[in-house]
Ligand binder design. Structure first.
Ligand code: NAD
Ligand code: MG
Length: 380
């Protein structure tokens, strides 16, 4: 049995992970953690029978305890609950599918407990990659990418026996506003930005995809996962999302992974690696697919991507400021407190005023996050 803990089980990646578990008889869920949707979490507990479940607030945990009193499941709350789910004794692999840098502590705890990590929660690697990567080596666990681009890169590296990457070609759909100028984006509403052309995902990452901040986070994620420099990661816009990413080697050969856009493939691949298993769903039909188009990313109208390169190249605590400012700004936009273009303005402004700390500890990362939030609160 593959014993799995899922952090963020009620979200887009979390629910798709449970669909994969349903389709694989040798998979079992031992712990589930979610934010506040205890109705869905209760259903999941009834269907998958984990030993442990965690929710964020103590109040919701109490409600959930009453709701599942007939079952043999321990219910925990808060960061302690999230960490308890991440380190549940019988789990071998932890799917990190919470959204945001709240994933740092549980991911570190899971690695220290010897669990393999199926990583969806890119914000953790972006802000704490310099701590996570050495820890993964120290504890001898596997860090398996779930993000579709990084799974593609990981698949392209199969059988390459350490051959050196000369360049990663990270594909991007360009989001729903590709081709627009900033002037044409100033009146964008929440509902416009929540429509992604190819993928159905959680709200935060959908907004991030529209601003290209998601691609910026992914460039930094690739830097840590594959040990390359920021300049070796080149973003290529490929509007149909058919090519999930590519790797160019030193001899000029380019490997690519293609497929229909379905997150269940990278999720299942991470859970079963190195095995590939039968999977339903649509297949690419090259007779119908007449062309695959490529464009250069528009750094001028999507400055979030340039800011990400700056943050990733400078390193230290700057990626934390980039990420924290974005997390807060996106949440303000979703709550209709700021306009669309202000999201990236806030990131730029927060980065400009920050004094970078090199190689920050977890506490310093969380401190930089808090300072960024305080600054944003005082100005917007
Ligand atoms: P989502 O918003 O749909 O789900 C987030 C999950 O995290 C929910 O289960 C929520 O309850 C849980 N959560 C939020 N705050 C929590 C807290 N304080 N404590 C415990 N749980 C909490 O998000 P998503 O789209 O599934 O994305 C999850 C992560 O995966 C993000 O880091 C995202 O960037 C990454 N990712 C998502 C996709 C996708 O297709 N959705 C693709 C690639 C990477
Ligand atoms: Mg992605």
């Amino acid at each position: 049995m593959k014993k799995i803990a899922i952090l963020g089980s009620t979200g887009s990646i979390g629910t798709q992970t449970l669909e994969v578990v349903e389709q694989n008889k040798d998979m079992e869920v031992t712990a589930l953690a979610a934010g506040s949707n205890i109705r869905l979490l209760e259903q999941q507990i009834r269907q998958f029978r984990p030993r442990l479940a965690a929710v964020w607030s103590e109040e919701k945990a109490k409600e959930l305890r009453t709701a599942v009193a007939d079952l043999d499941v321990q219910v925990e709350a808060g960061m302690d609950g999230l960490i308890a789910a991440a380190t549940e004794a019988s789990a071998r692999i932890v799917v990190t599918a919470v959204v945001g840098m709240i994933g740092i502590r549980p991911t570190i705890a899971a690695i220290r407990a010897g669990k393999d990590i199926a990583l969806a929660n890119k914000e953790t690697l972006v802000t704490a990659g310099h701590l996570i990567i050495p820890l993964v080596k120290e504890y001898g666990v596997r860090l398996l990418p779930v993000d579709s681009e990084h799974s593609a890169i990981f698949q392209c590296l199969n059988g390459e026996h350490g051959n050196r990457i000369s360049k990663i070609l990270l594909t991007a759909s360009g989001g729903p506003f590709r081709g627009r100028t900033r002037e044409q984006m100033k009146d964008i509403r929440v509902e416009d930005a929540l429509k992604h052309p190819n993928w159905s995902m959680g709200q935060k990452i959908t907004i991030d995809s529209s601003t290209m901040v998601n691609k910026g986070l992914e460039v930094m994620e690739a830097k840590w996962l594959f040990g390359v420099e920021m300049d070796q990661v080149q973003v290529v816009v490929q509007p149909q999302s058919v090519i999930h990413s590519m790797v160019e080697f030193e001899d000029g050969a380019v490997m690519a992974q293609l497929g229909t856009p379905d997150m269940k493939l990278p999720i299942q691949y991470a859970l079963c690696y190195p095995e590939r298993r039968l999977m339903g769903g649509e297949r690419l039909d090259f007779r119908k697919l007449k062309e695959i188009r490529f464009e250069e990313p528009d750094f001028e109208n999507f400055p979030g991507l340039s800011l990400a390169y700056e943050a990733g190249k400078t390193g230290g605590s700057l990626p934390t400021v980039f990420n924290a400012a974005n997390e807060r700004a996106v949440s303000m936009f979703l709550n209709r407190k700021i306009g669309y273009l202000t999201i990236v303005d806030i990131i730029e402004s927060a980065m400009a005023r920050h004094s970078v700390i090199s190689a920050p500890s977890v506490d310093q990362i969380l401190e930089a996050e808090r300072e960024t939030y305080d600054y944003i609160e005082s100005r917007w």
